[in-house]
Structure formats: structure tokens, C-alpha cells
Design a protein around this ligand. Sequence first.
Ligand SMILES: C[S@@+](CC[C@H](N)C(=O)[O-])C[C@H]1O[C@@H](n2cnc3c(N)ncnc32)[C@H](O)[C@@H]1O
Length: 249
Amino acid sequence: MSKGSTPPATSVTSKRFYDAYSRDYSPYLERHSGYFGAVEKVIAEAAGHRTDTALLDVGTGTGERLQRVVSEIRPTRVVAIDESPEMAALAQRNCPSAEVLAMPLGAPELPETISVKFDLVTCLSNVLGHVPRTQLVTGLKQVRSLLKPGGAFVFDVNNRYNAVSYGPLRALRNLTRDWVLPGGGDFTAAYKDGDEVLQTPVHLFSPSEVTRLLRDSGFQIGSLGFRDYVTGRDRGRFGGSIVVKAVNA
Ligand SMILES: C[S@@+](CC[C@H](N)C(=O)[O-])C[C@H]1O[C@@H](n2cnc3c(N)ncnc32)[C@H](O)[C@@H]1O
């Protein structure tokens, strides 16, 4: 490849994408540390002052955030899953107290592999945007089946009306498009892996879509807010990512 030429792009599954990206994920965590800190506060509040919390983290990635959450809420049992074996291996190293499984949300064998029920399930940083849309309700119902009655599910997803992150024009285009033709919202994530650019589709959610998905999966919404994707400050519906606490009522 000559210097300055664009490397070829290859479309890959989310699993292959994150297997490769696991080697280079930390800068992303640093860029959004203010936002992640704000989401982790929501998790700590959901955990309350219990001393016997069982925690499941879905799509745990490198496990660095899980380790921070574990240090904060001190759960008695921690399980984490990630469909990328490379991420799962990294998470096991970064969060040694967790039992980490390389398994996707929605895998039929998941409930019997994890035989316990949890007080708290987390699913952080748009993991749900990587789950095929036809499997989202199934995956969310599976999360609910793994929660104790009254247990909390804290997750965040990218908001496709976030004008601060994506620019006002793109947010407006997404809003208009959803009025005319609901069901859009995909973009392509790219990662340069050596001489190759890996691409994978990622779904960005609208607030009403999140509400509908939760209702269809049997959850009640405890809180739904918008946080600036960099600073973590409270924002309106056009200024931040969607941060949700849902309850298995
Ligand atoms: C953007 S990263 C977030 C990682 C971590 N939660 C964090 O906040 O740093 C998305 C993660 O979700 C995982 N993932 C994607 N689809 C998944 C699925 N269906 N089941 C479990 N994990 C999945 C990916 O492998 C990747 O590690």
C-alpha cells in the first residue's frame, strides 16, 4: 500500500470488530471519562447501600469499568459476559473477582449457564446498539429473567438526536427521517487494524424507541435521562446520550 492511500475497508461482525479493537480500547475510555463517571454514579445509586449485591455486566468490554463499579459498590457476586472472546479475556484480567463468560446476550444457553438471579444488571456504552435489532426484545427479556423481582437494569445507549455529539444538522435529519420512515438509526463504526479498516454496523437509538423496547420487554422505567457524552452533565433530549434505570417490577 502506498503512503497516504486509503486502506481497504472490510465489513465484519461486531464480535470480530471488538476482538481487534480490544487492543486499542483505552483511549476511547479516556476521551469519555466524564460521561462514564456520571453513568457509574447512576449505577452506584441503583445499588444503594446493600451489602449483598449480585451484579451482572452485559457486554463488559475490557472490564476496566466493571472493576471501577466493583470497587465502588462491592458486590458479593460478579458475573460478566461479552461475545468477544478477546474482550472477555481482557475483562477477566482487569476484574479478577468477576466470573467472565465469552457469550452473547440472547444466547439460549445463557440462563442455564448463569444459574443465579441478580440484584443489578448493567449494560454500558451502547452495547445494545450492537445487538441485532430483531433480537433486542429477546435479549432484554433475557436480562429481565436474570434479575430478581425489584432488581434494577442500568444501561446507556447513544441518542440519535444528540445534536451536541453528531451536530445539529445530522440530529435534525435523523428526527425528520424518523417521522417519515421509522426504523432507521444505523451508522458504521470503523477501526484501523494494521493495514485494514474494519467496519461494523451500530445502532443509535431514539428516546421513544428505548421506551418502547423496555415496555415490550416487560420493564418499568425508573429513570431516563440525557447526559453529555464528554462531560457527563445533565442535558436535554437533544444534548446527550440516553441513560436509563429500568426495574423488573
Ligand atoms: C462499546 S463496547 C462497551 C464495553 C463496556 N461495556 C464499556 O462500557 O467499556 C461494546 C461491547 O459489547 C460487546 N457486545 C456486542 N454485542 C454483544 C452481545 N450481543 N452480547 C454481549 N456482548 C456484546 C462487544 O464485544 C464490546 O465489548
